[in-house]
Design a protein. Sequence first.
Length: 219
Amino acid sequence: MPTRLIFMGPPGSGKGTQAARLMDSAGLVQLSSGQVMRDEIKAGSAIGKKVAQYVESGGLVPDELITGVILAAVEKVGDRGLILDGFPRTAPQAESLAAGMTARGWKIDAVLDFQMPDEVIIERIGGRRVCSDCGATYNTEFLPPKVEGVCDACGGKVIQRKDDLPDVVRNRLETYRAQTAPLVQYYSERGLLHNIDASRHADEVQVTVRRIVDGLGAA
Ligand code: AMP
C-alpha cells in the first residue's frame, strides 16, 4: 500500500521544505495546494483567474473552488505515495478528502503537524524566497541558493512571494489559527496526528519526519 501523508502547519513552518526532502528520499509525490494555485494563476486559467484575489490577499480560496482541483490532482498521483502539503485547510475540505479517499479504497496514514510560534514564523518568512519556475524554496539566511537569485534546481529566477510581505503574512497567520488549527483536533480524534517541533533546524526536523514515516513502514 502506498503511504499517504498530510503535512499541516502555519505558513512558513517549513512543511513544504520537509515535504520536498521526503519526496526525494522516500519517493513520495509532493502535492502542494499553494503551488497548484500559483501555477493556475501563472497559466491564466479560468480557475487561476477566480482564485488570484484570495491567494494575493492571504485569505483562503473558497472550498468549492479548490477542493475539486486538489482531489483531481490526488487522483492523478494514483498508486504512488503522496504528501499533501497545505490541503486540507478547513473542516469541509477534510471531509471531502476523507470521502474521496474512501471512494477509492485509499486512506490517509498520518498527519504531521508542524508547530511553530508566530514570532519565529514572521522572522523566517521575511527571509523566504521561492523559485518562480519550479517553486523550490530558499531562505536568505538559513538556506540561500548557491548563486543569489538563481534556483539551484532549475536555474529559474528566485523571488519573494507577494503574499510573503509582512501585512499579508499576518493575515495568513490569522486565517490559519482560525480555520486550519481546529483540524488538529479532527485528526487527533482519528488517531492520525503527530506533533513536530518545527522551530528546530531543518536537518533535525527532517530526522523526526523520517522516523515517523519509517515507523509507518513506508520506506
Ligand atoms: P501556501 O503556499 O500553502 O501558503 O498557499 C498559498 C495560498 O494558496 C494560501 O494563502 C491560500 O490563498 C491558497 N491555498 C492553498 N491551499 C489552500 C487550501 N487548502 N484551501 C484554501 N486556500 C488554499
